[in-house]
Design a protein around this ligand. Sequence first.
Ligand SMILES: Cc1ncc(COP(=O)(O)O)c(C=O)c1O
Length: 394
Amino acid sequence: MAHTGDCFLVPGPVRMNDACLQAMATPVMTARGPEFRQVMAKLNSGLRYAFNLSPSLPEMKSQSWTGEDGYCVVVVSGSGTAAMEMVIANRFRNNDLVLVPTNGKFGERVADICRQFCNVKQLKYDWGRSFDLYELEQQLERGCYEALLICHNETSSGITQDAEAIAEMCERHNVAFILDGITSVGGMPVHPEQWKAEAVVMGAQKCTAGPSGIAAIALNQHCIERIKAIHQQGDANPRYYLDLISALKKGDDDQTPWTPAINLAMGWSAALDHLREETNEARWDRCERMAKGVRDLFTDLGFVLLADDGQRSNSVTAILYPEGVDDAWRTALKDRYETQVIGAQDHLKGKMFRIGSMGETPVEEMIEGCKRMLNCFADFGVDLKDVDVESYFG
Ligand SMILES: Cc1ncc(COP(=O)(O)O)c(C=O)c1O
Protein backbone atom coordinates (compact mmCIF):
# COMPACT_ATOMS: atom_id res chain seq x y z
CA MET A 1 0.00 0.00 0.00
CA ALA A 2 1.39 3.41 -0.96
CA HIS A 3 2.50 5.68 1.86
CA THR A 4 0.46 8.80 2.58
CA GLY A 5 1.26 11.67 4.95
CA ASP A 6 4.66 13.04 5.77
CA CYS A 7 7.90 11.17 5.08
CA PHE A 8 10.46 11.37 7.88
CA LEU A 9 13.70 10.00 6.47
CA VAL A 10 16.26 11.43 8.85
CA PRO A 11 19.16 9.35 10.27
CA GLY A 12 17.90 9.82 13.83
CA PRO A 13 16.06 10.77 15.87
CA VAL A 14 13.56 8.61 14.02
CA ARG A 15 9.81 8.29 14.37
CA MET A 16 8.63 6.50 17.54
CA ASN A 17 5.67 4.11 17.37
CA ASP A 18 2.48 4.55 19.42
CA ALA A 19 3.41 1.88 21.96
CA CYS A 20 6.68 3.71 22.67
CA LEU A 21 4.90 7.07 23.02
CA GLN A 22 2.19 5.55 25.21
CA ALA A 23 4.74 3.87 27.46
CA MET A 24 6.36 7.25 28.09
CA ALA A 25 3.00 8.58 29.28
CA THR A 26 2.94 6.12 32.23
CA PRO A 27 2.32 7.95 35.52
CA VAL A 28 5.25 8.55 37.84
CA MET A 29 6.85 5.73 39.82
CA THR A 30 9.74 5.77 42.28
CA ALA A 31 13.24 5.19 40.96
CA ARG A 32 14.10 2.54 43.57
CA GLY A 33 10.92 0.48 43.95
CA PRO A 34 10.11 -2.89 42.36
CA GLU A 35 8.05 -1.27 39.57
CA PHE A 36 11.04 0.52 38.10
CA ARG A 37 13.40 -2.39 38.73
CA GLN A 38 11.04 -4.47 36.61
CA VAL A 39 11.16 -1.77 33.90
CA MET A 40 14.97 -1.89 33.96
CA ALA A 41 15.03 -5.69 33.79
CA LYS A 42 12.82 -5.66 30.72
CA LEU A 43 14.88 -2.88 29.14
CA ASN A 44 18.12 -4.77 29.86
CA SER A 45 16.76 -7.90 28.25
CA GLY A 46 15.63 -5.94 25.17
CA LEU A 47 19.01 -4.25 24.94
CA ARG A 48 20.82 -7.57 25.05
CA TYR A 49 18.71 -8.64 22.10
CA ALA A 50 19.44 -5.43 20.16
CA PHE A 51 23.17 -5.71 20.91
CA ASN A 52 23.04 -9.26 19.53
CA LEU A 53 24.21 -10.72 22.87
CA SER A 54 23.18 -13.93 24.64
CA PRO A 55 19.64 -13.68 26.06
CA SER A 56 18.56 -12.77 29.57
CA LEU A 57 15.19 -12.93 31.30
CA PRO A 58 13.19 -9.69 31.41
CA GLU A 59 12.63 -10.24 35.14
CA MET A 60 14.00 -8.30 38.07
CA LYS A 61 16.42 -10.14 40.39
CA SER A 62 17.46 -12.38 37.50
CA GLN A 63 20.64 -10.49 36.48
CA SER A 64 18.86 -9.32 33.36
CA TRP A 65 21.80 -7.05 32.43
CA THR A 66 24.19 -9.94 31.85
CA GLY A 67 24.25 -13.35 30.18
CA GLU A 68 26.25 -16.40 29.21
CA ASP A 69 28.66 -14.41 27.01
CA GLY A 70 29.78 -12.34 30.04
CA TYR A 71 28.82 -9.01 28.49
CA CYS A 72 26.96 -6.55 30.74
CA VAL A 73 24.65 -3.83 29.46
CA VAL A 74 24.63 -0.48 31.21
CA VAL A 75 21.87 2.07 30.57
CA VAL A 76 23.00 5.71 30.47
CA SER A 77 20.68 8.66 31.11
CA GLY A 78 22.12 10.83 28.37
CA SER A 79 22.54 10.68 24.62
CA GLY A 80 25.01 8.46 22.77
CA THR A 81 27.85 10.92 23.32
CA ALA A 82 27.48 10.55 27.12
CA ALA A 83 27.69 6.79 26.81
CA MET A 84 30.79 7.07 24.62
CA GLU A 85 32.40 9.46 27.11
CA MET A 86 31.53 7.06 29.93
CA VAL A 87 33.42 4.21 28.26
CA ILE A 88 36.45 6.32 27.40
CA ALA A 89 36.74 8.19 30.71
CA ASN A 90 36.61 4.96 32.71
CA ARG A 91 38.56 2.58 30.48
CA PHE A 92 41.74 4.65 29.96
CA ARG A 93 44.36 6.27 32.17
CA ASN A 94 45.66 9.63 31.09
CA ASN A 95 49.00 8.20 29.96
CA ASP A 96 47.42 5.49 27.76
CA LEU A 97 47.73 5.84 23.99
CA VAL A 98 44.80 4.93 21.74
CA LEU A 99 44.46 4.71 17.96
CA VAL A 100 41.42 6.34 16.34
CA PRO A 101 41.03 6.15 12.56
CA THR A 102 38.37 8.60 11.34
CA ASN A 103 36.50 9.32 8.11
CA GLY A 104 33.71 11.60 9.30
CA LYS A 105 32.38 13.83 12.05
CA PHE A 106 31.48 11.17 14.59
CA GLY A 107 34.80 9.35 14.37
CA GLU A 108 36.43 12.74 14.87
CA ARG A 109 34.23 13.17 17.93
CA VAL A 110 35.45 9.81 19.28
CA ALA A 111 39.02 11.11 18.88
CA ASP A 112 38.06 14.40 20.59
CA ILE A 113 36.50 12.63 23.55
CA CYS A 114 39.60 10.43 23.88
CA ARG A 115 41.80 13.56 23.89
CA GLN A 116 40.08 14.66 27.12
CA PHE A 117 41.16 11.47 28.90
CA CYS A 118 44.26 9.97 27.26
CA ASN A 119 46.76 10.29 24.40
CA VAL A 120 45.45 9.86 20.90
CA LYS A 121 46.93 8.98 17.55
CA GLN A 122 44.25 9.97 15.06
CA LEU A 123 44.52 8.60 11.53
CA LYS A 124 42.47 11.11 9.62
CA TYR A 125 40.99 9.99 6.28
CA ASP A 126 38.82 12.15 4.08
CA TRP A 127 35.11 11.92 4.86
CA GLY A 128 33.64 8.84 3.21
CA ARG A 129 37.01 7.23 2.30
CA SER A 130 37.74 3.72 3.59
CA PHE A 131 40.39 3.31 6.26
CA ASP A 132 43.71 2.08 4.95
CA LEU A 133 43.84 -1.25 6.77
CA TYR A 134 47.51 -1.65 5.90
CA GLU A 135 48.27 1.61 7.68
CA LEU A 136 46.21 0.48 10.68
CA GLU A 137 48.14 -2.77 10.80
CA GLN A 138 51.46 -0.92 10.66
CA GLN A 139 50.38 1.30 13.53
CA LEU A 140 49.29 -1.65 15.64
CA GLU A 141 52.60 -3.38 14.96
CA ARG A 142 54.28 -0.59 16.91
CA GLY A 143 52.87 -2.28 20.02
CA CYS A 144 52.19 0.98 21.85
CA TYR A 145 48.41 1.16 21.73
CA GLU A 146 46.04 0.31 24.54
CA ALA A 147 43.01 0.33 22.25
CA LEU A 148 41.64 1.06 18.82
CA LEU A 149 38.33 2.94 18.71
CA ILE A 150 36.10 3.47 15.69
CA CYS A 151 32.81 4.99 14.78
CA HIS A 152 31.41 1.81 13.22
CA ASN A 153 28.78 3.46 11.05
CA GLU A 154 29.79 7.02 10.17
CA THR A 155 26.47 8.87 9.96
CA SER A 156 28.08 12.07 8.68
CA SER A 157 29.55 10.49 5.55
CA GLY A 158 27.50 7.31 5.08
CA ILE A 159 30.32 4.80 5.37
CA THR A 160 30.38 1.59 7.44
CA GLN A 161 33.80 0.40 8.56
CA ASP A 162 34.95 -3.16 8.04
CA ALA A 163 34.59 -4.01 11.74
CA GLU A 164 35.33 -7.68 11.25
CA ALA A 165 38.73 -7.07 9.65
CA ILE A 166 39.62 -4.43 12.25
CA ALA A 167 38.51 -6.72 15.08
CA GLU A 168 40.72 -9.49 13.78
CA MET A 169 43.68 -7.09 13.66
CA CYS A 170 43.02 -5.91 17.21
CA GLU A 171 42.88 -9.47 18.46
CA ARG A 172 46.19 -10.35 16.79
CA HIS A 173 47.88 -7.30 18.32
CA ASN A 174 46.20 -7.72 21.70
CA VAL A 175 44.65 -4.28 21.56
CA ALA A 176 41.18 -3.47 22.95
CA PHE A 177 38.52 -2.81 20.30
CA ILE A 178 35.79 -0.27 21.12
CA LEU A 179 32.95 0.80 18.83
CA ASP A 180 30.59 3.72 18.59
CA GLY A 181 27.68 1.62 17.32
CA ILE A 182 25.21 4.47 17.65
CA THR A 183 23.83 4.10 14.11
CA SER A 184 24.81 0.48 13.55
CA VAL A 185 23.37 -1.49 16.48
CA GLY A 186 19.85 -2.53 15.44
CA GLY A 187 20.37 -1.44 11.83
CA MET A 188 23.03 -3.84 10.57
CA PRO A 189 24.91 -6.88 11.82
CA VAL A 190 27.00 -6.12 14.91
CA HIS A 191 28.72 -9.03 16.67
CA PRO A 192 30.28 -7.86 19.95
CA GLU A 193 31.29 -11.34 21.08
CA GLN A 194 32.64 -12.57 17.73
CA TRP A 195 34.61 -9.32 17.35
CA LYS A 196 35.76 -9.59 20.99
CA ALA A 197 34.76 -5.94 21.33
CA GLU A 198 35.45 -4.59 24.80
CA ALA A 199 32.66 -2.07 24.52
CA VAL A 200 29.91 -1.12 22.07
CA VAL A 201 27.72 1.96 22.47
CA MET A 202 24.22 2.51 21.08
CA GLY A 203 21.78 5.43 21.18
CA ALA A 204 18.03 4.84 21.58
CA GLN A 205 16.86 7.38 18.99
CA LYS A 206 18.53 5.72 16.01
CA CYS A 207 18.10 2.16 14.72
CA THR A 208 15.95 0.97 17.64
CA ALA A 209 13.46 3.86 17.26
CA GLY A 210 13.44 4.80 20.94
CA PRO A 211 13.36 8.26 22.52
CA SER A 212 16.28 10.72 22.45
CA GLY A 213 18.31 11.23 25.62
CA ILE A 214 18.98 7.63 26.65
CA ALA A 215 21.76 5.30 25.52
CA ALA A 216 23.41 2.01 26.44
CA ILE A 217 26.79 0.33 26.58
CA ALA A 218 27.67 -3.37 26.22
CA LEU A 219 30.91 -4.17 28.08
CA ASN A 220 32.82 -7.42 28.20
CA GLN A 221 34.47 -8.88 31.29
CA HIS A 222 37.96 -7.80 30.26
CA CYS A 223 36.80 -4.21 29.99
CA ILE A 224 35.14 -4.41 33.41
CA GLU A 225 38.28 -5.89 34.97
CA ARG A 226 40.46 -3.16 33.47
CA ILE A 227 38.10 -0.44 34.70
CA LYS A 228 38.14 -1.90 38.21
CA ALA A 229 41.93 -2.30 38.18
CA ILE A 230 42.47 1.30 37.07
CA HIS A 231 40.08 2.44 39.79
CA GLN A 232 41.83 0.37 42.48
CA GLN A 233 45.25 1.68 41.43
CA GLY A 234 43.95 5.21 41.98
CA ASP A 235 44.87 5.95 38.38
CA ALA A 236 41.45 6.80 37.04
CA ASN A 237 40.48 9.91 35.12
CA PRO A 238 38.18 12.42 36.86
CA ARG A 239 34.53 11.48 36.44
CA TYR A 240 31.53 11.40 38.71
CA TYR A 241 28.12 11.22 37.02
CA LEU A 242 29.62 8.94 34.37
CA ASP A 243 31.47 6.68 36.83
CA LEU A 244 31.14 3.14 35.53
CA ILE A 245 32.15 1.60 38.87
CA SER A 246 29.02 3.12 40.44
CA ALA A 247 26.89 1.90 37.52
CA LEU A 248 28.35 -1.62 37.72
CA LYS A 249 27.62 -1.80 41.46
CA LYS A 250 23.94 -1.12 40.81
CA GLY A 251 23.53 -3.38 37.76
CA ASP A 252 22.88 -6.63 39.66
CA ASP A 253 19.89 -4.99 41.35
CA ASP A 254 18.36 -3.67 38.09
CA GLN A 255 19.18 -0.17 39.25
CA THR A 256 21.20 2.87 38.24
CA PRO A 257 23.37 4.99 40.58
CA TRP A 258 21.44 8.22 39.99
CA THR A 259 17.80 8.94 39.21
CA PRO A 260 17.34 7.29 35.83
CA ALA A 261 15.44 8.70 32.84
CA ILE A 262 12.42 6.69 33.99
CA ASN A 263 9.92 7.52 31.26
CA LEU A 264 12.52 7.31 28.51
CA ALA A 265 13.47 3.85 29.77
CA MET A 266 9.82 2.79 29.51
CA GLY A 267 9.54 4.15 25.99
CA TRP A 268 12.76 2.50 24.85
CA SER A 269 11.70 -0.83 26.31
CA ALA A 270 8.46 -0.70 24.29
CA ALA A 271 10.43 0.15 21.11
CA LEU A 272 12.72 -2.82 21.80
CA ASP A 273 9.68 -5.11 22.10
CA HIS A 274 8.87 -4.09 18.56
CA LEU A 275 12.42 -4.89 17.43
CA ARG A 276 12.20 -8.33 19.02
CA GLU A 277 8.90 -8.97 17.20
CA GLU A 278 10.41 -7.91 13.89
CA THR A 279 13.72 -9.70 14.72
CA ASN A 280 17.20 -8.26 14.26
CA GLU A 281 17.67 -10.12 10.99
CA ALA A 282 14.45 -8.80 9.44
CA ARG A 283 15.29 -5.25 10.52
CA TRP A 284 18.81 -5.46 9.13
CA ASP A 285 17.31 -6.76 5.86
CA ARG A 286 14.69 -3.99 5.69
CA CYS A 287 17.33 -1.29 6.31
CA GLU A 288 19.53 -2.85 3.64
CA ARG A 289 16.65 -3.05 1.17
CA MET A 290 15.85 0.65 1.68
CA ALA A 291 19.48 1.80 1.55
CA LYS A 292 20.28 -0.33 -1.50
CA GLY A 293 17.19 1.06 -3.25
CA VAL A 294 18.29 4.63 -2.50
CA ARG A 295 21.88 3.95 -3.62
CA ASP A 296 20.82 2.27 -6.88
CA LEU A 297 18.18 4.88 -7.67
CA PHE A 298 20.35 7.94 -7.13
CA THR A 299 23.49 6.56 -8.78
CA ASP A 300 21.42 5.46 -11.76
CA LEU A 301 20.14 9.05 -12.03
CA GLY A 302 23.72 10.36 -12.09
CA PHE A 303 24.04 11.56 -8.48
CA VAL A 304 27.35 11.05 -6.69
CA LEU A 305 27.42 9.25 -3.34
CA LEU A 306 30.06 10.39 -0.88
CA ALA A 307 31.09 7.05 0.60
CA ASP A 308 33.38 4.56 -1.09
CA ASP A 309 31.55 1.87 -3.02
CA GLY A 310 31.53 -1.44 -1.18
CA GLN A 311 31.31 0.15 2.26
CA ARG A 312 28.19 2.24 1.87
CA SER A 313 26.00 2.25 4.94
CA ASN A 314 22.64 0.52 5.20
CA SER A 315 21.30 3.01 7.73
CA VAL A 316 22.26 6.32 6.07
CA THR A 317 23.11 7.39 2.52
CA ALA A 318 25.07 10.58 1.85
CA ILE A 319 24.37 12.08 -1.60
CA LEU A 320 26.06 15.13 -3.12
CA TYR A 321 23.76 17.81 -4.53
CA PRO A 322 23.93 18.23 -8.28
CA GLU A 323 25.46 21.45 -9.65
CA GLY A 324 23.43 24.53 -8.71
CA VAL A 325 21.40 22.91 -5.89
CA ASP A 326 21.90 23.54 -2.18
CA ASP A 327 19.98 23.25 1.09
CA ALA A 328 17.16 25.44 -0.29
CA TRP A 329 16.08 22.15 -1.88
CA ARG A 330 15.71 20.56 1.56
CA THR A 331 13.59 23.44 2.76
CA ALA A 332 11.34 23.11 -0.29
CA LEU A 333 11.16 19.34 0.20
CA LYS A 334 9.92 19.90 3.72
CA ASP A 335 7.54 22.75 2.97
CA ARG A 336 6.08 21.59 -0.34
CA TYR A 337 6.36 17.82 -0.03
CA GLU A 338 6.19 17.17 3.74
CA THR A 339 9.36 15.15 3.43
CA GLN A 340 12.41 15.47 5.65
CA VAL A 341 15.96 14.36 5.03
CA ILE A 342 18.99 15.88 6.73
CA GLY A 343 21.76 18.14 5.48
CA ALA A 344 25.51 17.72 5.81
CA GLN A 345 27.87 18.81 8.58
CA ASP A 346 31.00 20.95 8.72
CA HIS A 347 32.81 21.46 5.39
CA LEU A 348 30.10 19.61 3.45
CA LYS A 349 27.24 21.82 4.68
CA GLY A 350 25.06 22.87 1.74
CA LYS A 351 26.80 20.42 -0.59
CA MET A 352 25.12 17.19 0.35
CA PHE A 353 22.00 15.63 1.85
CA ARG A 354 21.60 12.43 3.84
CA ILE A 355 18.74 9.92 3.81
CA GLY A 356 18.20 7.77 6.90
CA SER A 357 17.00 4.18 6.44
CA MET A 358 16.74 3.07 10.04
CA GLY A 359 14.29 2.36 12.85
CA GLU A 360 10.78 1.29 11.87
CA THR A 361 10.54 3.21 8.57
CA PRO A 362 8.41 1.16 6.15
CA VAL A 363 9.83 0.57 2.67
CA GLU A 364 6.69 2.23 1.24
CA GLU A 365 7.57 5.46 3.05
CA MET A 366 11.06 5.39 1.57
CA ILE A 367 9.65 4.81 -1.93
CA GLU A 368 7.16 7.68 -1.58
CA GLY A 369 9.86 9.92 -0.06
CA CYS A 370 12.20 9.23 -3.00
CA LYS A 371 9.47 10.05 -5.51
CA ARG A 372 8.92 13.38 -3.77
CA MET A 373 12.68 14.06 -3.71
CA LEU A 374 12.83 13.55 -7.47
CA ASN A 375 9.84 15.84 -7.98
CA CYS A 376 11.51 18.46 -5.85
CA PHE A 377 14.75 18.18 -7.86
CA ALA A 378 12.66 18.70 -10.99
CA ASP A 379 11.23 21.88 -9.38
CA PHE A 380 14.84 23.05 -9.02
CA GLY A 381 15.46 22.53 -12.73
CA VAL A 382 17.45 19.29 -12.41
CA ASP A 383 16.85 17.27 -15.54
CA LEU A 384 16.36 13.62 -14.56
CA LYS A 385 15.38 10.68 -16.74
CA ASP A 386 12.06 8.98 -16.05
CA VAL A 387 12.41 6.04 -13.69
CA ASP A 388 10.14 3.54 -11.97
CA VAL A 389 11.15 4.30 -8.35
CA GLU A 390 9.42 1.19 -6.94
CA SER A 391 11.51 -1.11 -9.11
CA TYR A 392 14.69 -0.13 -7.22
CA PHE A 393 13.28 -1.42 -3.93
CA GLY A 394 12.37 -4.94 -5.14
C1 LIG B 1 27.56 7.59 14.66
C2 LIG B 1 27.15 8.58 15.67
N1 LIG B 1 27.88 8.72 16.78
C3 LIG B 1 27.56 9.61 17.72
C4 LIG B 1 26.46 10.41 17.59
C5 LIG B 1 26.12 11.37 18.67
O1 LIG B 1 25.06 10.80 19.38
P1 LIG B 1 24.12 11.69 20.32
O2 LIG B 1 23.65 12.82 19.51
O3 LIG B 1 23.05 10.69 20.70
O4 LIG B 1 24.95 12.10 21.47
C6 LIG B 1 25.67 10.32 16.46
C7 LIG B 1 24.50 11.20 16.26
O5 LIG B 1 24.00 11.39 15.19
C8 LIG B 1 26.02 9.38 15.47
O6 LIG B 1 25.28 9.24 14.37
